[in-house]
Design a protein around this ligand. Structure first.
Ligand code: AMP
Length: 521
């Protein structure tokens, strides 16, 4: 079956052909004709399956008829993160190049003034994160009564991030006679309930999880001593035939420190994490896409759903705390039919997490037994955090005492001494404070998910300084937690707002062209 068999217009088929795709993926085959017929869809599919085009393509043809009106978007796509929203916008740009459709993005981290101006002009497609959309809606700046097509993308991520009540409210503001498409990698009961409530006789489409079935990704596991993780990573980078690589870490601090360390070793590495503002993230991504940097150190939230073609390797510098994050991470390689290699660096303490991953992915990950760290000589200047920490403990004579036994008040100042020996010496006070706050957690056991407060209760909105980590985990939201009774420290401040519609940390600079534009005919 070709794209021409799906009922798409000639101009759209031309745009698809220009992008180099000839054969529709399973989700595209199943979804596109039904969407064109106006049916509601529940699509159980992950990123990497081609699901974005499965709704973007038919939407372009549907929206080709009709006209937009000021502040009344004709269609709405809800995305859990800014990065995913930008990616969907890029898809509209790519496939909509022969159509004249106006698109606007409503995402945190961009001046609201510019977003409002785009809305005033009238938009055919509004791509939004729920938090920002609700803010605008509550201020009466937007009317959803003209919105006849709604896409709820990555619904299970929305659930993890505490967005479901926002989505319910948004759905109830849309006309009841609308078409609704819901996509989710999994179908937990709250998502099923949402679908039952807001979709009408939907067609259910399920496609295989790409990573669990993606034989194009070769997976490997390197088990090492915690002190040698950086050395092992460098050796692997040196020994593998790497075109480019994304290196995932569990914490923002690790992302920063690892990127600095790799650069000290002459490896061009960039970084992307939740504390960076939107322009900085885009800049780093562009450098990586352009090949100016071969290695991108990343945290989960910042990298979620990123669609970068031709990533040859994914490294897990830290084993992810949740098995499904492993699937998401390694899915950054082996995309669009290409092959990829995913190598996870683990220590003995990761055994439980590895078992969960192997259970989810359906088999043991082959172990690498012959890592030649001689190819990666130690550098005296590279003071590895994981090495400095046990040395400091040994000096204090409290080596045998696990972190959880020590009183919280005792921990903070002691860790401060340890962290003073790290490359964060020169970092701003808030950053050092954050590292001090994180350090005890690196030793403490992972908190039980059930005990974590829901994202909503923690008071986070979305992204950046206000960013919530998925499922309330500590990886990205690590400035806002009090795990282990440690003291709380403020998140580093971003650019001070100049626009009263901006929140602290929002970007007040120029808006990149793709954030608000019309697609030329
Ligand atoms: P998605 O699941 O939407 O994140 O898409 C995953 C990747 O597949 C992206 O790089 C798309 O550009 C690419 N892609 C989408 N449709 C096709 C297709 N029909 N053939 C090959 N690659 C595709």
């Amino acid at each position: 079956m070709s794209f021409a068999d799906l009922g798409l217009s000639d101009s759209l088929l031309r745009a698809v052909e220009d992008s180099g795709y000839n054969i529709p993926t399973p989700i595209q085959k199943q979804a596109i004709p039904s969407v064109l017929m106006g049916k509601d869809i529940v699509g159980i599919a992950q990123t990497g399956t081609g699901k974005t085009a499965s709704f973007v393509l038919p939407m372009i043809d549907i929206l080709a008829e009709g006209r937009s009106r000021a502040r009344m978007p004709r269609s709405l796509i809800l995305e859990p993160t800014r990065e995913l929203a930008v990616q969907v916008a890029e898809n509209f740009e790519k496939y909509g190049k022969y159509h004249k459709l106006n698109m606007a993005l409503l995402i945190g981290g961009v001046s609201m003034g510019d977003q409002l101006a785009a809305l005033e002009k009238g938009v055919d497609v509004l791509i939004a994160t729920p938090g920002r959309l609700k803010d605008l809606f509550e201020r009466g700046k937007i009317l959803l009564t003209g919105c006849s097509l709604l896409v709820i993308d990555e619904a299970d991520r929305m659930l993890d991030m505490g967005f479901i009540p926002d989505i319910e409210e948004i759905c109830s503001r849309l006309p009841t006679s609308r078409q609704t498409l819901l996509f989710s990698a999994t179908m937990p009961p709250p998502i099923k309930k949402l679908a039952d409530k807001f979709l009408s006789s939907p067609k259910s489409i399920e496609v295989a999880r790409p990573a669990t079935t993606n034989i194009m990704i070769e997976q490997k596991l390197a088990i090492t001593n915690p002190r040698k993780k950086r050395e092992v990573l460098r050796a692997l980078i040196a020994s593998e035939n790497i075109k480019n690589a994304i290196v995932f870490c569990n914490r923002k601090t690790t992302v920063r420190e690892l990127a600095e360390s790799l650069n000290r070793h002459g490896m061009a590495a960039g970084q992307i994490h939740g504390d960076m503002d939107q322009p900085s993230r885009i800049k780093e991504l562009d450098k990586f896409k352009a090949g100016e940097i071969a290695i991108l150190c990343a945290s989960d939230v910042a990298a979620r759903g990123l669609d970068i073609k031709g990533v040859s390797h994914v490294f897990n510098f830290d084993v992810p705390w949740h098995a499904d994050d492993y699937v998401h991470r390694i899915g950054r390689t082996g995309r669009g039919g290409a092959t990829g290699i995913a190598i996870t660096i683990a220590t003995d303490s990761d055994q439980e997490a590895i078992e969960a991953i192997e259970k989810l992915t359906g088999g043991p990950i082959p172990r690498i037994t012959d890592i030649d760290t001689a190819a990666s000589p130690r550098d005296k200047n590279d003071r590895e955090t994981s090495e400095a920490e046990p040395r400091a403990r040994k000096a204090r004579g409290d080596r045998a005492r696990p972190a959880r036994e020590r009183a919280p008040r005792e921990r903070a100042p002691r860790q401060q001494v340890e962290r003073e020996q790290t490359p964060l010496e020169a970092a701003p006070v808030a950053e050092v404070a954050e590292a001090v706050e994180q350090a005890p957690r690196e030793q403490a056991p992972r908190p039980e998910r059930s005990r974590e407060k829901p994202a909503r209760e923690r008071g986070g909105r979305e992204q950046s300084g206000r960013e919530r980590g998925p499922r309330g985990r500590q990886s990205e939201a690590d400035t806002s937690s009090g795990i282990g009774g440690t003291q709380r420290y403020p998140a580093p401040q971003g650019i001070q707002p100049v626009d009263e519609t901006l929140a602290p940390g929002d970007w007040a600079g120029p808006v990149p062209s793709f954030l608000s534009f019309g697609i030329p005919r």
